[in-house]
Design a protein around this ligand. Structure first.
Ligand code: ADP
Ligand code: MG
Length: 334
């Protein structure tokens, strides 16, 4: 693995949370109904993502860690078509593998262990971009990816990492967004062997919010459900909190556009403006909002990894979201 490749990898995988994001996305892509994330020391000492998805055969596993391999060639069209495509294509595993010690155990779902003897799965180990071992291994159906020693071979990148607490905040934010966006998947997060949250995967947004944010917040949430007449927004659904249930951080406003988590100031502004003067200074509500817009009216490639988007009709989107949240607060008598 040459230096240029390693530096390039460091640009793509900035911190433990970026690895977590890619691995969780892969698990969801693999049709998992359960995704368990465990990290040590904010992810600096280790990241483990386990799923019960479709799994991989030995051949698929060996292919998966090669550069620019993807089972999602058809998704390339989606890059133009609109939101729905996640991350960079076919590079996540090889990129993470280039800057860590990576162990992947996988077993295809429902098969008799093609290529690996009856019932066996496969374990593949990679160090700094080189596959060092591939062997049969007993493991449950699905896939477990362990990322150890992140940035062991890119000291400059390693130096950029913040405290364990800060790195864990980033991990928590990422896993929380995927949990909220996928109420039908049981998503759990552990930090240094302590459970941070675990959702049930029963399909309700309310129960997912309860699992992630706790009872006090869940009980203060009000339903948003609007089909604005304006053309810029098809629908706005989700939950927003009572104006007195707030935090001193806007990270508790989660917005999803056509199913994808995005950070867009226009959506934050819409939510805050809907509360008008009801929020105390520098306080932010909890919100989980799913905004559906015509796919051709949103550009998702502004910066795919930073989860930013650009709308053709920003003002229209803002008006649609703001009125949807206003209506929800009015309905709640606020
Ligand atoms: P991409 O997701 O863009 O295809 P990745 O490097 O993230 O690229 O993954 C490469 C391939 O490895 C995927 O296309 C998929 O076939 C396989 N893969 C990765 N993670 C998993 C997983 N958790 N379960 C099953 N297959 C996986
Ligand atoms: Mg991927």
């Amino acid at each position: 693995q040459d230096t240029i490749q390693r530096i390039a990898a460091g640009e793509v995988v900035e911190r433990p949370a970026s690895a977590v994001k890619e691995l969780v996305e892969n698990s969801l892509d693999a049709d998992a109904s359960r995704v368990s994330v465990a990290v040590e020391s904010g992810g600096k000492e280790g990241v483990r993502v386990r799923d019960d998805g479709i799994g991989m055969s030995r051949e698929q596993l060996e292919l998966a860690v090669e550069e620019h391999t993807t089972s999602k060639i058809s998704d390339i069209g989606d890059l133009e078509a609109g939101v729905g495509t996640l991350g960079f294509r076919g590079e996540a595993l090889s990129t993470i593998g280039a800057v860590s010690r990576l162990t992947i155990r996988s077993k295809p779902r429902g098969g008799s262990g093609a290529g690996g003897g009856s019932g066996a799965g496969t374990e593949l180990r990679m160090e700094g971009g080189e596959v060092v071992d591939v062997a049969p291994a007993g493991c449950p159906e699905g896939t477990t990816v362990e990322v150890g020693d992140l940035f062991f071979n890119t000291p400059a990148r390693k130096k950029f990492l913040k405290t364990d607490a800060t790195e864990f905040d980033h991990v928590n934010t990422v896993v929380t967004q995927y949990a909220l966006a996928n109420p039908d998947v049981a998503v759990s997060l552990e930090h240094d062997d302590r459970e941070v949250f675990a959702t049930e995967g029963r399909g309700s947004l309310e129960s997912t919010v309860l699992s992630v944010y706790g009872r006090e917040v869940a009980e203060a949430m009000h339903r948003v459900d609007a089909d604005p007449r304006a053309g810029a927004v098809h629908s706005v659904t989700g939950l927003v909190s009572h104006p007195e249930t707030t935090r001193a951080s806007r990270d508790y406003c989660s917005t999803f556009v056509n199913g994808r988590y995005v950070r867009a100031s226009v959506l934050r502004d819409a939510i805050l403006d809907a509360y008008g003067g009801q929020l105390a200074p520098d306080r932010f509500p909890f919100a989980v909002l799913f905004v559906e817009v015509p796919p051709e009216s949103v550009d998702v490639n502004v910066h795919p990894r930073k989860m930013e988007v650009r709308f053709d009709d920003e003002a229209g989107v803002k008006a649609g979201v703001e009125s949807a949240v206003e209506d929800a607060l009015l309905d709640a008598g606020l």
